[in-house]
Design a protein around this ligand. Structure first.
Ligand SMILES: [Zn+2]
Ligand SMILES: [Zn+2]
Length: 835
């Protein structure tokens, strides 16, 4: 008879237990990381959130919980784990919200951060709050400005006038990806093009390195693919087209105004184009320049000048994105001709808005026979189309009803003089060699990536640390004068002038030139939020330090980041910029590594009842409500059980009760278990299999399968309401701990342990107990028993045949491919071969 002193309750009081352990962790510094002396450092980083007024989103918690489980697991494996948190609080989202409610973001953001911190603490993350940071803190952005100066010193920051997408409603510059079908993604207003002086970083200098390093990174494949695509390497050739009959265009208006001596001093005028298809050079029947191309002014003939000028004006009014995707092919003839270096024939020079000055050379050679866009343009405007590539079944006379765009062997050249009959791969090489010999081209690598524009004509960001002086020109703010503090102003509304609201604060921007002491003027643009987030991971271990941006010893110890988890929506730009900045710092001798994130995994997204969550649908999950009702442990466990972490899942209200029930059963098992006697062997087998499964699944972020394995074990543990043994329960508490840390701590304490469960290791499994039991099969060949094999009980016929063929004693009787196989699961395998 078992003596029970009290009946175990069916459920545990999540609110009370979670309150108790959060207070205990805080009191004991359980989540503190000894960044200086901790052994086996493991830096587990999550992308820091933007602290919105609405508070933490369930998507944030999904991401952070997955990271937290990973971190807690590493700690249970003996690592000193650093799991910091901060806020990406500058930028247009915060500023627009502040404008909407009419409160300065300097007052608003701290409130939002307080709310975020409360929610994050309530969800039981293993964060060391002593290292919290916000990008809006002058102690942080002092170093963001310092970073700008490091790039400036290395010649990697420069200013240029550039065409930008301008939202007349938000009164701000938009990145290309913020323009959707020609309208602003935020407000739907039609986007315009403007020319503004802006600061850029020369990220294109690093394009090759940014691309090559990807091969050695342990990152999600989809993320690497997105980076490769963004960098967009293309191998090809630059080809020089000389203007045809140079004197002929001396009739053009501008040249007419110059004297004869000046005219002869004009440089020979070449048009350079980049192409990935130098093999099609014989089919280049016209050239197209961007309307802004500087040569247009010089080559347009009198007859065409009016239409050229009109067209250029119209093009300037369109936004950059619309120009690239425009379906209607428009363009005008300049009246000038260039010579095709291969055919020696003159071809007309056109301008068209789909060619952009920002990309490549601002000029293209058009091969309408073999390019979709050129084909449409030539058809629309009546330009000649020549076939220069043909499939083996075709010849130069096969008509082109559509462009022939296959660029792979065995397609070969036609209508291409001495290159006729050559397959494409060889023709590419040979033609580039031939052009190089004649000084009409060279092999080049081109990238789609362009320089990073960091100027923002807004208020809510770190001022760019530059002073303009009439005498000295551009003067960087001395490092000892940092930070250049953002002034608190009454009016931070952007206006139509296109300059930052800071340009209205004379008392702030009027400043002495640091070099000559004369009157200077501060740069009034602030920097891009992507600059704030391009280095925050370097700051965390040194957060709060005023003497350095990042301490070299701590940096060496903690970085590169061991595991980085974040959303795929930031995967391209944030990761690219962070990698670029790290490479620059390495070249400056400031960090000893090229790549900041050894491992990156993109987490999935959560929908609700099959639909995307959004405020307008009213189906947003507010984590606070769920945590209050079910507890953080059950909420975390449910979030991780929704689906594969890297894919996400569908949040359903009824689902969470399953997670709570599982934890309740763990609770009652621990309270009802017996310490005397011995554990059951079959339960132990299941336990060791479960330990093995969870040990393998957690580091690869396969949380849903780990939870499923623990739930399955729970069924065996409590089959027929059996009373479990302590040795069957205790390891399960440790496995559950990363998912449900509060209840695990409580049970661990009740089991008699004095230290935090996260400092007491991880259960190991006995490989023999964890191994699947095997069954012995007799193997016959043509009905004669030739041996036995050991296979899993659920082995398929294929598995069994493979195992039999791996046994040389059996395989030697199988003299030809089996004609027939007889398989009786778990008992017999008979292989029939023809004699
Ligand atoms: Zn807008
Ligand atoms: Zn000066």
């Amino acid at each position: 008879m078992t003596e029970t002193t009290h009946a175990a309750p069916d459920t545990y009081d999540a609110a009370a237990i979670e309150r108790k352990w959060q207070a205990r962790w805080e009191r004991d510094g359980t989540n503190h990381t000894d960044v200086e002396a901790g052994v086996r450092p493991y830096y587990t980083l999550m992308m820091f959130p933007y602290p919105s007024a609405e508070g933490l989103h369930v998507g944030n918690l999904f991401a952070f919980t997955g990271n937290d489980i990973h971190g807690r697991y590493q700690r249970q494996h003996g690592h000193t784990v650093f799991e910091p948190m901060g806020y990406d609080a500058f930028g247009i989202h915060s500023e627009n919200y502040a404008l909407k409610v009419g409160v300065n973001p300097m007052e608003l953001i701290p409130q939002n951060i307080d709310n975020f911190r409360r929610q994050l603490k309530r969800s039981g993350l293993m964060i060391d709050w002593r290292y919290e940071l916000s990008t809006t803190d002058p102690g942080y952005y002092k170093w963001t400005q310092w970073l700008f100066l490091q790039l400036y010193k290395r010649g990697l920051a420069y200013k240029k006038r550039a065409a930008v997408n301008w939202c007349p409603h938000d009164k701000t510059v938009l990145a290309n990806e913020q323009v959707i079908n020609g309208v602003c993604e935020r407000c739907g207003t039609k986007v315009e093009q403007r020319l503004l002086e802006q600061w850029f970083f020369r990220i294109t200098d690093y394009a090759g390195r940014l691309l090559e390093n990807l091969d050695h990174l342990d990152w999600s494949e989809s993320t690497k693919a997105a980076q490769r695509n963004w960098i967009g390497r293309s191998d090809g050739a630059e080809i020089v087209f000389r203007l045809h009959d140079y004197m002929e265009f001396a009739g053009a208006a501008t040249v007419m105004r110059t004297s004869t001596s000046e005219m002869s001093a004009l440089p020979p005028t070449d048009i350079r184009v980049f192409t990935t298809r130098p093999d099609t050079i014989f089919g280049a029947t016209y050239l197209v320049l961007a309307p802004e191309h500087p040569l247009v002014e010089r080559i347009a003939t009198d007859e065409e000048r009016t239409s050229v000028d009109d067209y250029r004006k119209r093009a300037a009014q369109q936004d950059v994105v619309a120009r690239k995707v425009n379906k209607d092919k428009t363009g005008v003839f300049t009246g000038a001709y260039a010579m095709n270096p291969a055919t020696g024939q003159p071809i007309p020079i056109w301008i068209a808005d789909y060619v952009l000055m920002e990309y490549g050379t601002g000029a293209i050679m058009a091969v309408p026979g073999h390019d979709e866009r050129d084909f449409q343009f030539a058809k629309a405007l009546g330009l000649p189309i020549t076939r220069v590539v043909a499939a083996p079944s075709e010849n130069e006379h096969t008509p082109l009803t559509e462009p022939y765009t296959d660029s792979h062997d065995p397609a070969q050249l036609v209508n291409s003089g001495r290159f006729n009959g050559m397959v494409i791969s060889k023709a590419k090489r040979t033609i580039v060699e031939w052009l190089t010999e004649h000084d009409r081209g060279r092999e080049v690598v081109n990238y789609r990536l362009h320089d990073w524009c960091i100027s923002r004509q807004r208020y809510w960001g770190p001022p760019i640390p530059i002073i303009y002086c009439d005498k000295c020109g551009v003067v960087p703010v001395p490092e000892s004068d940092l930070p250049v503090e953002l002034p608190k102003v009454e009016s931070f509304q952007p206006d139509d002038s296109g300059v930052s609201p800071l340009a209205r604060v004379e008392s702030w921007y009027r400043v002495k030139c640091p070099t000559c002491g004369g009157m200077g003027r501060r740069e009034t643009d602030v920097s891009d939020t992507f600059l704030d987030s391009s280095w925050y991971f370097l700051r965390y271990p040194s957060a709060g330090r005023d003497d350095v941006a990042f301490d070299p010893v701590l940096t060496d110890k903690w970085l590169p980041v061991d595991s980085y988890i974040g959303g795929n929506e930031h995967a391209v730009l944030h990761l690219l910029y962070s990698r670029f900045v790290t490479m620059v710092l390495r070249d400056a001798g400031l960090v000893p590594f090229d790549e900041p994130f050894a491992k990156f995994r993109a987490h999935g997204t959560i929908v609700r009842d099959g639909a995307k969550m959004s405020k307008s649908r009213g189906n947003v999950v507010n984590p606070d409500e769920y945590i209050e009702e079910w507890g953080a442990d059950a909420f975390r466990t449910y979030l991780m059980f929704l689906g594969p972490y890297e894919e996400g899942g569908d949040f359903q209200d009824r689902g969470i009760s399953g997670a709570k029930r599982f934890l309740d059963r763990l609770w009652s098992s621990a309270l009802e278990m017996q310490r005397s006697g011995a554990p059951d062997v079959d339960v132990l087998r299941k336990l060791h299999k479960t330990i093995r499964k969870v040990t393998e699944d957690v580091p690869r972020l396969s949380y849903n399968t780990a939870i499923a394995a623990m739930m399955e074990y729970m069924k065996v543990l409590r089959a027929n309401d059996r009373t479990p043994h302590v040795n069957e329960v205790e390891p399960l508490v440790q496995l559950v701990a990363p998912f449900a840390p509060h209840v695990a701590e409580e049970l661990w304490e009740r089991l008699g342990h004095k230290r935090s469960i996260f400092d007491c290791g991880w259960p190991s499994f006995d490989p023999e107990l964890a191994a699947d039991e095997l069954v012995t099969l007799a193997v016959q060949v043509n009905g004669k028993t030739r041996g036995t094999i050991q296979v899993a009980p659920d082995a398929t016929q294929e598995d069994a045949v493979a195992a039999a063929m791996a046994d040389p004693g059996i395989a030697r009787f199988v003299t030809s491919d089996p004609a027939r196989v007889v398989f009786v699961e778990g008992r017999l395998l008979n292989i029939v071969v023809r004699a």
